[in-house]
Design a protein around this ligand. Structure first.
Ligand SMILES: [Zn+2]
Length: 230
């Protein structure tokens, strides 16, 4: 994807949707899109995302150097560039602090079980990355072991990250993650959480393959590993 007025408008729209849905508060969160082999467009540091305008977006290299824009890039730009460097298939990254999903991250609990079809198909397993100070080089280092095999992950005592082959899908994954967290919490309150059976999961994974959901998925990687061993 190339930097264009349409892309910048799409990014501004996603910033507002994250804010309006309560997935971020104040200056929380940041999003980016790949706009070349070595460049990304990322939200600026410090601004409430609801106030971000197309001209506020900042273009940086995968080495984190600003090449266009008059604002400082997000303090989490190092995490974004690490993801793009590690995952050539990723075209967009969304980081937010969705309250219920982040509550699970505080409890040290990811979404490892297969509970909801849309999570199994679109998000895969969602791990909790050990805590690292936001805005430092320690955060990308903590996330590194999870990047190859996950399109969504929680960061302990912090928030969530989703990735995708498009900004649309990365954003949908963030909304789905929070929605799933609410549903799982409700089931917990009611007292019973039924897990999908292996056969039900296998059927969902076939559907995932048919609809060509891109990105990585622990279930897919596990199967490819098994096939490779045969
Ligand atoms: Zn954050």
């Amino acid at each position: 994807m190339e930097d264009s007025p349409a892309l910048r408008r799409e990014m501004v729209t996603v910033c507002r949707r994250l804010y309006e849905r309560g997935l971020i508060a104040g200056p929380d969160g940041n999003i980016s899109v790949r706009v070349g082999s070595n460049r990304i467009l990322v939200t600026p540091s410090g601004m409430s995302k609801v106030d971000v305008e197309p001209d506020d977006l900042v273009e940086v290299t995968l080495q984190g150097e600003r090449v266009a824009g008059y604002r400082a890039p997000s303090s989490e730009v190092n995490l974004h560039v690490r993801i793009y460097s590690r995952r050539p298939d990723v075209q967009a990254v969304v980081h937010a602090h969705p309250p219920v999903a982040t509550g699970f991250a505080l409890a040290g609990e990811g979404f490892e079980a297969n509970l909801l079809p849309e999570v199994t198909v679109q998000l895969g397993r969602v791990p909790v990355v050990p805590y690292a100070t936001p805005g430092t080089g320690a955060l990308p280092d903590a996330c590194e072991p999870y990047l190859d095999s996950h399109d969504a992950f929680l960061m302990a005592n912090h928030g969530a990250v989703t990735t995708g082959p498009s900004l649309l899908l990365a954003h949908q994954r963030m909304e789905s993650l929070e929605h799933a967290a609410r549903i799982v919490l409700t089931a917990r309150l009611l007292g019973t959480v039924n897990v999908l059976t292996p056969a039900q999961v296998a059927e969902l994974m076939s559907a995932r393959a048919r609809t060509k959901v891109s990105g990585t998925h622990p279930e897919v990687l596990a199967r490819e590993g098994q096939q490779g061993e045969e």
